[in-house]
Write a protein that binds this ligand. Structure first.
Ligand code: HEC
Length: 310
C-alpha cells in the first residue's frame, strides 16, 4: 500500500517529462516548418498578418546592388485600383527597404480581397525576405476607401554566393489582388492606418529619403537632425538657414514637424526645404524616429548614421 502512491507519482513524473518532450518536438517542427513557409510566402499568420518578421542582419549588408521593380495586378472583376507608390528601388543586398503600395476600392460596396505575390526570376524567391507585408490574408476595403500598405523587405546577402544568380541585377516583385469568395473573418485593411507610429519604419524612410540632404550628427545640404524634437527651428550652429527659418521661432514637436514635413513653405513662408512627405503615416513614422535621436549624441546613434552614408 505505501509503495503504491510513490509508484503513481513516478508514473506521473514520466508522463509529464514525456509530455514536455513531445511538446518540444512539436514546437521544433513547427518552427522549422514556419521558417520554410516564411521563405516562400512571407507572413502566413492570420493573426495580424503583419507582425511576423524576418530580421535583416545589417552586419552582412553587401556592396552588391540590385534593382527591385514593383508590378501590381488586379484580377478581372475586382473594382480596385492597386498601384506601387514607387516603380523601383536600388538596394544593397542585406539593406532593409520600406516600400508602399496603394489600394483603393473604386466601388460603392465593401469588398474583401486577397493578394498573392511572386518574385522573378524565381530563383531569387529564396533570398527575398519580407519583414512586414500584406499578402495572403483576406483584406477588406470599404466603399471608396483608399489605404497605403507597407512592405518592408531585404534581399538576403547570400544571394551573392549563388552561382545561378551572378548576373542577376533586376528583380521584380509582383502582387495580384483577387476578390475573396469567402470573406468571413477578413481583416480590415484600415488596420494599416491604426498601427502605432513605428520608429523602425521611420528610420528606413529617413535612410531612403531624408538622408539625401540630412545626417543625424552633422550638417549637410540640410541641418543635422539629432535632438531636433524639442529644439527651436533654425538654431543649429554653423548651418546657413534661410531667413524665414531663423526668424520662425517654432519649437519642433510632433505637431509642428508634421505640418513642416507635409508642406514646409505653407507652414513657414520662405523656408527652403525642397521636399515634402505627403503621406501622413510616413510622416508619423519618421517623426517617431526623429524623437529617438536624443542629444547629446550617443555613440550608437553615430554608428547608426554611419551605416547609412548618404
Ligand atoms: C532635398 C533636400 C532635403 C530633403 C530630402 C529633406 N530636407 Fe529637411 N531641410 C532641407 C533644408 C535645405 C533645410 C533648411 C531649410 C531652411 O533653411 O529654410 C531643411 C530643414 C529641415 C528641418 C528644420 C531643422 C531645424 O534645425 O530647424 C527639419 C526638421 C527637416 N528638414 C526634416 C526633414 C526630414 C524629416 C526629411 C525627410 C522626411 C527631410 N527634412 C528631407 C533639405 C532637405
Amino acid at each position: 500500500m505505501p509503495a503504491d502512491p510513490a509508484r503513481r507519482r513516478r508514473v506521473r513524473v514520466y508522463a509529464t517529462v514525456g509530455g514536455l518532450l513531445l511538446a518540444v518536438g512539436v514546437m521544433t517542427t513547427l518552427v522549422s516548418y514556419s521558417v520554410t513557409l516564411y521563405r516562400l510566402f512571407c507572413s502566413v499568420t492570420g493573426a495580424g498578418g503583419y507582425t511576423q518578421r524576418a530580421t535583416a542582419d545589417h552586419a552582412t549588408k553587401s556592396a552588391r546592388v540590385v534593382n527591385v521593380f514593383f508590378n501590381t495586378n488586379v484580377a478581372p472583376g475586382l473594382p480596385w485600383r492597386f498601384v506601387p507608390v514607387q516603380r523601383s528601388v536600388n538596394v544593397h543586398l542585406g539593406q532593409n527597404t520600406l516600400v508602399f503600395f496603394t489600394a483603393e476600392n473604386a466601388s460603392d460596396r465593401p469588398i474583401v480581397g486577397h493578394a498573392t505575390f511572386n518574385v522573378a526570376p524565381s530563383e531569387v524567391g529564396l533570398y527575398f525576405k519580407k519583414i512586414q507585408c500584406f499578402c495572403f490574408t483576406e483584406e477588406r476595403l470599404g466603399p471608396h476607401q483608399k489605404v497605403e500598405m507597407p512592405v518592408d523587405f531585404f534581399v538576403d546577402p547570400r544571394m551573392a554566393k549563388d552561382p545561378v544568380l551572378t548576373d542577376t541585377n533586376n528583380i521584380t516583385l509582383s502582387y495580384t489582388f483577387f476578390e475573396s469568395k469567402n470573406p468571413e473573418g477578413a481583416q480590415n485593411l484600415a488596420r494599416f492606418d491604426k498601427e502605432p507610429p513605428n520608429p523602425a519604419a521611420g528610420r528606413e524612410i529617413f535612410a531612403t529619403t531624408c538622408s539625401a540632404c540630412h545626417a543625424v550628427d552633422r550638417n549637410k545640404v540640410g541641418p543635422m537632425l539629432e535632438g531636433v524634437v524639442g529644439r527651436t527651428a533654425g538654431t543649429v550652429p554653423g548651418y546657413p538657414y534661410s531667413a524665414a527659418l531663423t526668424r520662425a521661432g517654432t519649437v519642433w514637436n510632433a505637431a509642428t514637424l508634421d505640418k513642416w514635413l507635409a508642406d514646409p513653405q505653407a507652414f513657414i513662408a520662405g523656408a527652403q526645404m525642397p521636399f515634402h512627405l505627403p503621406d501622413p503615416l510616413r510622416r508619423r513614422d519618421v517623426i517617431a524616429y526623429l524623437a529617438t535621436l536624443k542629444p547629446p549624441h550617443a555613440a550608437h546613434v553615430a554608428k547608426q548614421s554611419a551605416s547609412h552614408p548618404g
